[in-house]
Ligand binder design. Structure first.
Ligand code: ADP
Length: 428
């Protein structure tokens, strides 16, 4: 096979894409600021430029047939000029449009009637709702037209916008109660840009500290499990999904992933249907991951990531085609590879930095590599800090049945923990 693709970004996802491209005989060029970034050593060539540098992306486009992204926090308006010049982005920019902000993701999910946690734009807690156009709010409980809107005043009446508005303490619309999750619409990852809000005081601090129009507030979900699905759609419209997995977070960062998740066929089918309707509604080409909460409220979408994802790293060893190979195939215009597991299951554990001093963790990496059925992936980041994703290890599972397999996974996790401890707990 031959061909050449470009990736905007040079971190660990681009590194694993470059590994897959090499196996497929496809050239992969990256745009990344530093020659020492993880993907730079393996890429066919490097356009050394910040990832939001459009001139850099134009230079990248000159080297390849199609471009995809490592990260969704994009300036689509700036990139539109390149698309108009004929640069091929996969996924195309229009499909990415609703996905580049957590607020527009929530609006998309509401529009497609796919369950997600109830939410409000953060400015909806400001009374009077300064600068808030009533029709800019989601049509659901807590929004205009929904139950609990407008927010009740302390006197039990409803808030009317006085003229001029008096600054007053932020107030929750009816139907919402603490604790709540506050999230930045853009730029957040690994729990940065999220905050658990426990009371009025924390809410007041939040609205002082952040631009409310760029944040949202959502109900705190009492989930039993977090699940994730990496799904994919080729440029001809064919859809497939990798197995549904269980994810576990530590300090709101992905800690481990168990594939496949120990859930009923009905839950897996529902997750696949939700992902397929999203991909099709967006006319999306590429790999996309869907993160779910699962509990008494059923399956709810937490977040969408229009790219390869940490919850799919296990596919490198465990499925016929990996998520990275799949993305390379799709960007290159090829048909989809087989997404089935080729063994009973796998446990992926993220190697989160736990030392405060700079460390190359050589001893621990060797000990992990010596575990049976283990593959260590080390991203070669220049700097390590507590909690930072430095690599991951995938352990192959042998048990055929879900319950014994889950027990096997937890035993394997203990083996990893004995070598690689978790970073200290932070207050949520
Ligand atoms: P990021 O984009 O930084 O990964 P997420 O929205 O995925 O942020 O949140 C990170 C983690 O925080 C989730 O995996 C989950 O464990 C927890 N979390 C996020 N939103 C909620 C919520 N509404 N209720 C309960 N926990 C949540």
């Amino acid at each position: 096979m031959s061909g050449s693709i470009g990736v905007v970004g040079g971190g660990q996802l681009a590194l694993m894409l470059a590994e897959a491209a090499q196996r497929l005989g496809v050239e992969l060029h990256v745009q990344t600021p530093l020659a020492t970034d993880p993907a730079a050593a393996l890429a066919t060539s490097v356009v050394q430029a910040p990832i939001d540098d459009v001139a850099g992306t134009r230079a990248l486009a000159a080297l390849c047939q199609a471009i995809s992204f490592e990260n969704e926090w994009l300036n689509l308006d700036a990139l539109a000029a390149l698309e108009a010049e004929g640069v091929v982005f996969v996924p195309r920019l229009q499909a990415l449009q609703p996905l580049v902000s957590k607020r527009s993701q929530r609006e998309l999910l509401d529009r497609l009637q796919l369950a997600s946690p109830r939410w409000i734009p953060l400015e909806a807690v400001l009374t009077p709702p300064a600068g808030l156009a009533a029709d800019s709010l989601p049509q659901q409980a807590g929004g205009p037209g929904g139950e609990g809107w407008p927010p009740a005043t302390a006197e039990g009446g409803t808030a009317e916008a006085p003229n001029p508005p008096e600054p007053s303490a932020p107030r929750l619309p009816q139907g919402f109660s603490f604790p709540l999750m506050a999230k930045a619409a853009t730029g957040g990852y690994d729990g940065r840009g999220t905050a658990c809000i426990h009371d009025d005081q924390e809410l007041a601090l939040l609205v002082e500290r952040v631009p409310p129009e760029q944040w949202l507030l959502e109900e705190f979900v009492a989930f039993e499990q977090e699940l994730a699905l990496v799904a994919c759609r080729d440029r001809g419209g064919n859809v497939r999904a990798f197995p549904l997995v269980q994810t576990h977070q530590h300090n709101r960062v992905c800690d481990w992933v168990l594939a496949p998740a120990n859930v009923s066929h009905a839950v897996e089918a529902r997750a696949r249907n939700m992902a397929a309707s999203l991909l099709t509604a967006l006319d999306y080409a590429g790999v996309l991951s869907v993160e779910f909460f699962y509990g008494p409220a059923g399956l709810q979408v937490n977040e969408l990531a229009p790219r390869t994802h940490n919850s799919g790293h296990y596919t490198i060893e465990a499925t016929v085609t990996s998520q990275f190979e799949q993305q390379v195939r799709i960007v290159q215009g090829l048909g989809l590879g087989d997404t089935a597991l080729k063994l009973p299951g796998a446990l992926m554990v993220n190697l989160l930095g736990f030392e405060t001093a700079a460390s190359s963790y050589e001893e621990q990496r060797q000990a992990l590599a010596d575990l049976p059925g283990a593959s260590v992936h080390w991203y070669g980041k220049r700097e390590s800090s507590p909690g930072r994703k430095l690599g991951h290890v995938t352990l192959l599972l042998t048990q055929q049945q879900p319950e014994p397999r889950q027990q096997e996974a937890m035993q394997r996790l203990d083996q990893v923990r004995a070598i690689w401890p978790l970073p200290p707990e932070e207050r949520p």
